[in-house]
Ligand binder design. Structure first.
Ligand SMILES: [Zn+2]
Length: 247
C-alpha cells in the first residue's frame, strides 16, 4: 500500500453538485424510513477521477486493476452495511458517505469484494451501535489504514514480497484485507525477481567503472517505478532502499 494524494480540496464536480443533493436525499430517506437501505446501491459516476489519481492501481494492494476489469469504487467506510464481530451484518452502513470524496477509493475486486467486504473494525467500538444520519464517525479510530489520509509505509513494510505489519493496525490491515494472499505474493515476487536479477548482475561485475554503470541502470529503473507510480511501489521501496535517490 502506498500514499495516495487525492487532492482532498479538488473534489470532482459531480460530487459537489449531484453528490451533495444525493447525500441529503439519502439522509432524508433514512430519517423517513430506517429500513430504506435494504438492498440499495449507489452509482460510480466519479470512478474515472479515481482511476487517474491512483494510476489504475488498487488502493490497498497496488495491483493494476483496469487491464483485467473496470475496478471497483471502494467505500472506505462501507455504505450499505457493516459487520459486527458478534452480531453479524448490520444495516445501514455509512450511507451518508456514499458520495463523500474522502470516503472513495479505487480498488481491485479481490481486496474490495472478497477480502474487505463489509468489514470495518474500529478501536472505539463502544460508540457504534446503530448508524444513523447524525452518527459521528470521527470518534471511531478506524483500524484499517486509509492510504489517502496517512502514509501506509509507516504501518506496513515488506520482507521481499511478503508484507509485514509494523504495528497493530498494519498487522490487522494485512490480515483483514488479505494483503499476503498467495496470488498477490506471487505477482509481487515476479516483479521483484527482475530487479534482484539486475542486482546480482551488478555484484559479479569486477571492473568498478562498469559496475557503477550497471548500478546506474538499476537506479534508473527503480526511479521509473517510483516516479511513474507503477505496481508495488511500497514493496520496491522496502527492498531497494540503497538504490533510491532522494532529491
Ligand atoms: Zn487490491
Amino acid at each position: 500500500m502506498i500514499y495516495i494524494d487525492k487532492g482532498h480540496s479538488q473534489v470532482p464536480n459531480i460530487l459537489l453538485t449531484d453528490g451533495v443533493t444525493e447525500a441529503q436525499n439519502l439522509r432524508d430517506a433514512y430519517d423517513n424510513d430506517n429500513a430504506y437501505f435494504e438492498g440499495k446501491r449507489s452509482s460510480d459516476v466519479f470512478k474515472n477521477s479515481l482511476i487517474n489519481i491512483q494510476n489504475h492501481k488498487c488502493c490497498f494492494c497496488e495491483s493494476r486493476v483496469t487491464h483485467i476489469s473496470d475496478g471497483d469504487v471502494e467505500h472506505f467506510r462501507p455504505k450499505a452495511a457493516w459487520l459486527h464481530e458478534l452480531d453479524g451484518l448490520k444495516k445501514p452502513g455509512y450511507f451518508f458517505l456514499a458520495y463523500d470524496w474522502g470516503n472513495l477509493l479505487l480498488s481491485c475486486q479481490a481486496c474490495n469484494q472478497r477480502a474487505k467486504g463489509n468489514q470495518f473494525p474500529i478501536l472505539n467500538s463502544i460508540i457504534r451501535t446503530t448508524i444513523t444520519s447524525t452518527y459521528d464517525y470521527s470518534l471511531e479510530n478506524a483500524i484499517f489504514i486509509n492510504p489517502a489520509y496517512e502514509d501506509p509505509e509507516i504501518s506496513i513494510t515488506f520482507f521481499e514480497e511478503i508484507p509485514k505489519g509494523n504495528n497493530y493496525r498494519g498487522r490487522k490491515t494485512i490480515e483483514y484485507l488479505e494483503l499476503d494472499r498467495l496470488s498477490l505474493n506471487e505477482a509481487r515476487k515476479e516483479k521483484l525477481k527482475d530487479l534482484f536479477a539486475l542486482k546480482e548482475v551488478i555484484q559479479v561485475i569486477q571492473n568498478e567503472v562498469d559496475r557503477e554503470k550497471a548500478e546506474e541502470i538499476l537506479r534508473r529503473r527503480i526511479a521509473e517505478i517510483l516516479n511513474e507510480n507503477l505496481q508495488y511501489v511500497s514493496m520496491v521501496k522496502a527492498n531497494f532502499q540503497e538504490y533510491i535517490e532522494f532529491n
